[in-house]
Every structure is written in C-alpha cells, then in structure tokens.
Design a protein around this ligand. Structure first.
Ligand code: PPE
Length: 302
C-alpha cells in the first residue's frame, strides 16, 4: 500500500489509519468495498476508469448492508482522485472500504455509522503471467454463495470468505484461479472475476441469477463486443459448455481481460489464448488509457 491514505475525511499516513480490534466489521464481515483502477493516459495524467459507476455500486452495497456512510458520493470520488494524486501514482489500484464501525460486540447494531478509508497501491497483473499465457483454473468444490442467502449484487467483505476458500483450494492444488459453480451447478464466476466463453463467434456470459457480482468490467466488455457487432448472450452456462468452448476469459477491474486456457487440466480450444480474447485485451487496454475517443466518457481525469 502507498504511504498516504484517505481515512475518515483526512489524508493521513498509513500507520495512523487503524481501527479497534472490537470493530463490528472485523468480527462479522460487515464492510463493503470497491476495486477501481487508474491508468496513465496520453494526456500526461492518470484517469480513473468508470469512477462514477464504482462509486454508485459502493453506495448501493452500503445501503443493502445498512451502513451509513457520512460522506457524499462526490466526496468519496474526490478521495479516490486524491490518493492517486498525492501518492504521485501513474497506474494505480484504488480500494475504498466502508466498515461498520461500532465497537459494541453483538450482531445487531444500533449505531450503523460507517468508517471509510480509501487506499491505493500499484498493482500489476492480477493473475501474473496468466495475463499473457492464459490461466489454468480449477472448478471449485465450493459453490458460489446463492443470491437467496446473500445479496450477491453487493460487494461486501463477508462474501469473500467464499472466494477465499475457493482461491486457496485452487492455489494449493497448483492452479492459477478457481471457477465457482452456482448453487444449481451452472457456471457462476471466478473468485474475483466474471467469466465469458466464446463459441462459434457468439459470446456467452452467466446472468445475474447465477449469483455473480454484476461486474463493471463485464459491462464494459459487453458494450465493446456489441459495438464490434458481436452477439453477446447472458444465459446459464453448463460446465460442459465451458469445456467445449472455443475461448474463455475472465474480466474484472484487477484481472482486466485474462484468458482462461485450461479447466481442470482440460484445454479450452487449443489451450492458448484465443483471437477474440487477445483482441479484447488490447481494446480494453486502449480504452482505459484513453486512446479511443468514443469511450472517453468512461474516464475521470485525476
Ligand atoms: N466477481 C467478483 C467476485 C469480484 O470480486 C469482482 C471484482 C468481479 C466479479 C469483477 O467486478 P468488476 O471489477 O466490477 O469488473 N474483484 C475485485 C477484487 C479483487 C481482489 O482480489 O481484491 C477487483 O477486481 O477489483
């Protein structure tokens, strides 16, 4: 993490940004967060990609979990810019988090005020070499949390206990990442990414009812594909369809567009990143760096 953090309204050194061990969020997972990237652009300054969409999702997540954020959306957006600017970052990963701050033990909380921090760091490729070579993934023995038990549309810290189990299980078995099935057995998503497959020039991705997080990168990719005249279908995908796909890839703020080339040691297509996946990686990277005028509206300059 960088040295300077925005913490409850002030920019402070990271060693000052601490909370009590009896904080509700630590015990019960009652925090919501965002992952946002800023990229260096041709204009000679960084721009934050789809900042307003991330801020909106942050506040919706907080509302669902009854967290009262004592700041406006504009103030948090400004804090995101501030941590990039003041830490003199070029490419950055920004992490706003709002946590239930009461230090009273007990699940029910009378005081629903949230503490808020905005951190930043340099974060290279999320899945390392897999960005180039493609990820080898395992189907997790753990199912995605059903959207009947948790609001999977919220990006809440507690939900990541499920991702953590799946990620560690796959990692310890020697894979780069896990894919989780939903409670019905349909393909859901990665531990921190949405999933797409390509079959016969058509692109498919699981729908919201497959308990996915509605990813902002997912939305970006759907838009870019449709603008390219490529058909995108949101529908349930079976494991068999994934294994028979021509190409597969993950999307996410951290992961960007990462090819998936093997599932449980079975090659997807010819076992190398597919041509459409490559094209989307390049296009996404151009869009976030402000190289394509058409998508300038997605950039918030720092
Ligand atoms: N699904 C999950 C479960 C998820 O965590 C993410 C983001 C996505 C889909 C993609 O969402 P979006 O970033 O809006 O396109 N995961 C974040 C956290 C990664 C982490 O390890 O921490 C991210 O990419 O920032």
């Amino acid at each position: 993490m960088t040295r300077l953090v925005w913490f409850n309204g002030r920019l402070v050194g990271i060693e000052e940004a601490t909370i009590s061990v009896s904080t509700h969020a630590l015990h019960y997972g009652t925090a919501v967060f965002e992952g946002i990237r800023a990229y260096w652009t041709a204009k000679g300054r960084p721009a934050i990609f789809r900042l307003n969409d991330h801020i909106r999702r942050f506040f919706v997540s907080a509302k669902i979990y009854r967290l009262e954020i004592p700041y406006t959306e504009d103030e948090i957006a400004e804090a995101c810019k501030m941590v990039v600017r003041e830490n003199k970052l070029r490419d950055a990963y920004i992490r706003p988090i709002a946590y239930l701050a009461t230090t009273e033990l007990g699940i029910k909380a009378k005081d629903r005020r949230a503490g808020v921090a905005v951190l930043a760091k340099e974060w290279g490729k999320y899945l390392g070499e897999a960005y180039e070579k493609g990820a080898r993934v395992a189907v997790s023995p753990w199912r995605r949390l059903p959207s009947f038990s948790f609001p999977t549309t919220a990006k809440a810290s507690g939900h990541y206990i499920n991702s953590f189990l799946a990620a560690m299980d796959a990692y310890e078995k020697g894979f780069d990442e896990a894919i989780l099935l939903d409670h019905r057995g349909f393909v859901s998503e990665g531990t921190g990414e949405n999933l797409f497959i390509v079959k016969d020039q058509v692109v498919y991705t699981p729908p919201l009812q497959a308990s996915i997080l509605p990813g902002i990168t997912r939305d970006t990719i759907i838009t870019l594909l449709r603008d390219m005249g490529i058909e995108v279908v949101e529908r349930d995908i079976t494991l068999g369809e994934l294994l028979a796909a021509d190409e597969a890839f993950f999307t996410g703020t951290a992961a960007e567009v990462t090819p998936v080339v093997e599932v449980d040691n079975i090659k997807i297509g010819d076992g190398r990143p597919g041509p459409l996946t490559r094209k989307l990686q390049k296009l996404y990277s151009d869009v976030v760096r402000g190289k394509i005028d058409k998508y300038e509206d997605w950039l918030a300059y720092v």
